[in-house]
Ligand binder design. Structure first.
Ligand SMILES: C[S@@+](CC[C@H](N)C(=O)[O-])C[C@H]1O[C@@H](n2cnc3c(N)ncnc32)[C@H](O)[C@@H]1O
Length: 254
């Protein structure tokens, strides 16, 4: 039975608990369009600036079409990149393969891992998880001592109930057009506008739910004590350094 906010076309913009509603597999339907748009605007500065000094291995969680994985392959000896969507991975393998990247089809919550990583990274994937704390608890033991978890995810711009009408998303996308022309040129600006106003992308955004910035800090801090947060416009960046492990296996990172 639909909730009253669905009946009235209103949805809460942020998440009440730590549970999200959007379909993780929805990228199957628009992998090519997503990659075309993301490759025009993606920057990796936040990740590159926060990489640990030890750079043997890195895990990219929800790697999508491999934009970040490919950048990381220039900084690490080996990259394991996993995603739940085969169409996204097919593009990654075709456009962004490298001898040191191992693309794998897997849900992060089912991924069985024996390795230890110097870094675990993720870009705009965590809001698709059924439980962010549960996944963070799975990931933490996979980090080498001194290794880093570096993640960027979307946060809700408006903490209150707002309409999630497609016309509002189209209006917001159109407002970005002029700044995009100035920053990226008209060709790229048109391509981004077409994607941001496309039916598939707007349907995806309407189903997305994000933490508000205070919720984000609270929930991530509970699993990652001492984590550092950076507000990046409509995103939040988080960096957490894994503590040293006791015992002979402990390897001190940098
Ligand atoms: C917004 S895209 C980001 C892709 C890529 N990180 C990027 O920045 O271009 C989110 C990705 O997370 C993947 N994903 C969602 N839930 C997942 C899960 N539980 N395990 C692995 N991948 C997941 C989706 O298939 C999609 O490729």
């Amino acid at each position: 039975m639909p909730s009253s906010d669905q009946v009235h076309g209103l949805r809460t913009n942020c998440i009440a608990g730590n549970k999200v509603n959007s379909s993780p597999q929805s990228f199957d339907e628009f992998a090519v369009q997503y990659d075309d748009a993301a490759s025009l605007e993606r920057k990796h500065d936040f990740f590159v600036e926060h990489l640990p000094l030890g750079r043997d291995s890195v895990l990219d969680v929800g790697c999508g079409t491999g934009l970040l994985s490919h950048e990381l392959s220039r900084h690490f000896r080996s990259v394991v990149a996993l995603d739940i969507s085969e169409p996204m991975l097919a593009i990654a393998r075709q456009k962004r393969s490298a001898p040191n990247i191992d693309y794998r089809l897997s849900n992060v919550d089912d991924f069985s891992n024996e390795a230890e990583f110097d870094a675990i990274v993720s870009h705009t994937m965590f809001h698709h998880l059924p439980s962010v704390p549960a996944t963070l608890e799975r990931l933490k033991p996979w980090l080498a001592p001194g290794g880093r978890l570096i993640a960027v995810d979307c946060v809700a711009r408006f903490p209150r109930v707002i309409p999630r009408w497609s016309a509002l998303y189209r209006a917001y996308a159109t407002m970005q057009f002029l700044p995009d022309i100035l920053q990226r040129g008209s060709h790229v600006a048109w391509a981004l506008l077409r994607f941001r106003t496309s039916r598939v992308w707007i349907a995806h955004l309407q189903s997305d739910r994000y933490f508000s910035p205070p919720q984000f800090r609270e929930i991530y801090s509970a699993s990652l004590p001492g984590a550092q947060f950076t507000r990046l416009k409509t995103f939040m960046g988080v960096v957490w350094v894994a503590p040293a492990k006791s015992g002979p296996k402990g390897r001190q990172g940098s």
